[in-house]
Design a protein around this ligand. Structure first.
Ligand SMILES: C[S@@+](CC[C@H](N)C(=O)[O-])C[C@H]1O[C@@H](n2cnc3c(N)ncnc32)[C@H](O)[C@@H]1O
Length: 297
């Protein structure tokens, strides 16, 4: 994996970001309450093509039971990781955190879902994804709130700290960072660099939650075919998954010592138990992705 290069989503907006929004929209249309993650805006950010598919039970059944049948088990994880992260975030806000930074934000809708909260929200993504998000919000007649700052960046090249502070981020105030669905698309250097930069511009007690892909040896053998299928699929979309980690070595591999305390290294089994067990309408969580919650020392 180490010799692979990040993909190029610069020109057309991220396709994987759209697939995450598809999972969230589909959850409300096809599954039963109580929802794992309730995002009533996700559908409105989809392309017309995806809206047509999800808008018809027949078309959706063809896509999910025929075309993408073997990939469908990965559609639960975007729900559980978002739920886990926003539960941690809401607790942090209760605790006085007033800055929320979403790294690789895609079609995140927290700002629309929580307009009453007194939090400044920074959504950071590639310029192409941000442009498409603005475009789709406009087409859907959605007004993005004043509290939201959309900041273009490429984690492989640009200086996160400089961009954030230029947009009003206050390093001396506690903050919460969300970095979901992104690390596996980045090089190891870009991941470490981003984490170091976040450590450099945050005050003690700030938090970050992100998910990472378990490296192949840490995935049970019978699930490795699914992991390969998933990698092939997103690779063909132009966003290859190039980096994975050993869940037993996260403190060393993310070089957290001296900057971060590990609050929780949440396994797929933990998330399955907390959010999915007892439901027959969603796929069980495959043991591919873990969520890491860190707190700034
Ligand atoms: C799978 S999506 C996740 C979106 C969102 N976090 C979510 O969970 O719904 C991956 C996101 O990472 C962004 N991304 C990928 N490579 C990036 C890079 N080098 N710099 C900045 N953003 C990047 C993509 O544009 C996309 O929005």
């Amino acid at each position: 994996m180490a010799d692979q290069r990040p993909g190029q989503v610069q020109t057309h907006g991220s396709r994987t970001a759209e697939l995450v929004a598809v999972s969230r929209a589909r959850h409300l249309l096809r599954h039963k309450p109580p929802y794992i993650f309730h995002d009533p805006y996700a559908f409105r950010f989809l392309s017309r093509r995806w809206q047509r598919i999800l808008g018809s039970r027949l078309r959706d059944a063809f896509v999910s039971r025929v075309l993408l049948r073997r990939l469908m088990p990965i559609t639960t994880q975007p729900l559980t990781r978002a739920r886990f992260t926003e539960d941690c975030l809401l607790a942090a806000i209760e605790n006085g955190v007033g800055q929320y930074v979403i790294l690789g934000s895609g079609y995140d809708t927290f700002a629309l879902r929580h307009p009453q909260l007194d939090v400044t929200i920074y959504e950071i993504d590639l310029a192409s994804t941000i442009a498409l998000k603005r475009d789709r919000a406009g087409t859907a007649g959605l007004e993005l709130p004043e509290s939201l700052r959309l900041i273009p960046i490429d984690f492989e090249k640009d200086d996160l700290a400089e961009r954030l502070t230029a947009h009003g981020f206050e390093p001396e105030k506690r903050s919460f960072f969300n970095w979901l669905g992104v690390t596996y698309y980045l090089s190891r250097d870009a991941i470490q660099d981003t984490l170091n930069q976040v450590a450099g511009i945050t005050s003690p007690g700030s938090e970050i939650v992100f998910d990472y892909l378990a490296e192949t040896n840490s995935i049970p053998e019978e699930e490795r075919t699914l992991a390969e299928r998933m990698k092939n699929y997103v690779g063909k979309l132009g966003e290859p998954m190039i980096t994975a980690f050993d869940p037993a070595r996260v403190e060393t591999d993310f070089n957290t010592r001296g900057c971060w305390d590990v609050v929780r290294n949440d396994s797929p089994a933990d998330q399955q138990k907390r959010y999915v067990d007892g439901r027959s309408d969603v796929y069980a969580l495959p043991p591919l992705f873990w969520c890491l919650h860190l707190s700034r020392q």
